[in-house]
Ligand binder design. Structure first.
Ligand SMILES: CC(C)(COP(=O)(O)OP(=O)(O)OC[C@H]1O[C@@H](n2cnc3c(N)ncnc32)[C@H](O)[C@@H]1OP(=O)(O)O)[C@@H](O)C(=O)NCCC(=O)NCCS
Length: 173
C-alpha cells in the first residue's frame, strides 16, 4: 500500500498494462470511466494505437481533441489514471474541462489525486495550455478538495438541470 504522499509516476499505458488497466476499468464501472472508449471487443494493442494517435493529434475524427491518457503508478502498481486534454471542444469547454482523474478506492485518501492533478497541470502547460479548466460534480467533495488544494479558483457552481447534476468549474491561471 503506498504511503501518504507517495511518489506517483504518470506514464502512457503499454502492452504490459492490459490486465491491470482493464481490472481498474471494471472496478470503477458505474462511478467513473477509467478507460475512455474501451470495451471488451476492443483489442488492447488497437486501443494503445488509438491512444497514441490521440496523443499526437492524428486522425482525431470530428469533435475529438488532442489528449493523453496516463496511468498513475506507485511502486509499479496502478493506482489511478488521468486524462489531459490539450484543446477543448464545446463539451469540454463547458463541462469536461482539460483534466479528469480517478484513483482506485483502496488507494484513496493518501494525497494521490492531489499529486496526480499537480503533475497533470504541469503536463498541460508543457503542451501549451495556458489557463486550465477543471470541473467536478458539486457533490464530489473529494474532487473539489483536490482541485482547491492544487490552487484551482472557483468560477461558478452551475445549477442542476434536467440533463445534468450541479457542477463546479475551476480555473488554474
Ligand atoms: C476524487 C478522487 C480522485 C480523490 O482521490 P484521493 O486520492 O482520495 O484524493 P486525495 O487523497 O488527494 O484527497 C484530497 C483531499 O480530499 C479529501 N477527501 C478525499 N476523499 C474524501 C471524501 N470522500 N470526503 C471528504 N473529503 C475527502 C482528503 O481528505 C484530502 O484533503 P486533506 O488532505 O486536506 O485531508 C477519488 O475519490 C476518485 O477517484 N473518485 C472517483 C472518480 C472521480 O470522482 N474523479 C474526479 C472527477 S472530477
Amino acid at each position: 500500500m503506498p504511503a501518504r504522499n507517495a511518489v506517483v509516476h504518470l506514464r502512457p499505458f503499454n502492452e504490459n498494462d492490459q490486465a491491470a488497466a482493464i481490472a481498474a476499468h471494471r472496478e470503477m464501472e458505474g462511478e467513473f470511466t477509467f478507460l475512455f472508449n474501451w470495451s471488451d471487443d476492443v483489442d488492447w494493442s488497437d486501443y494503445l494505437e488509438r491512444l497514441e494517435k490521440d496523443r499526437s493529434g492524428t486522425d482525431l475524427g470530428e469533435d475529438r481533441v488532442r489528449a493523453t491518457l496516463l496511468g498513475a503508478q506507485c511502486d509499479g502498481v496502478l493506482v489511478g489514471r488521468v486524462s489531459i486534454r490539450f484543446e477543448l471542444n464545446d463539451f469540454l469547454a463547458w463541462r469536461g474541462g482539460h483534466i479528469g482523474y480517478g484513483v482506485l478506492e483502496r488507494y484513496r485518501r493518501r494525497g494521490l489525486a492531489t499529486n496526480i492533478l499537480g503533475q497533470a497541470l504541469n503536463i498541460a502547460r508543457e503542451n501549451g495550455v495556458q489557463r486550465v479548466l477543471v470541473t467536478c460534480d458539486d457533490r464530489n467533495v473529494a474532487s473539489a478538495r483536490v482541485i482547491e488544494r492544487c490552487g484551482g479558483v472557483l468560477e461558478q457552481v452551475v445549477a442542476a438541470d434536467s440533463t445534468d447534476v450541479a457542477f463546479r468549474r475551476y480555473w488554474f491561471d
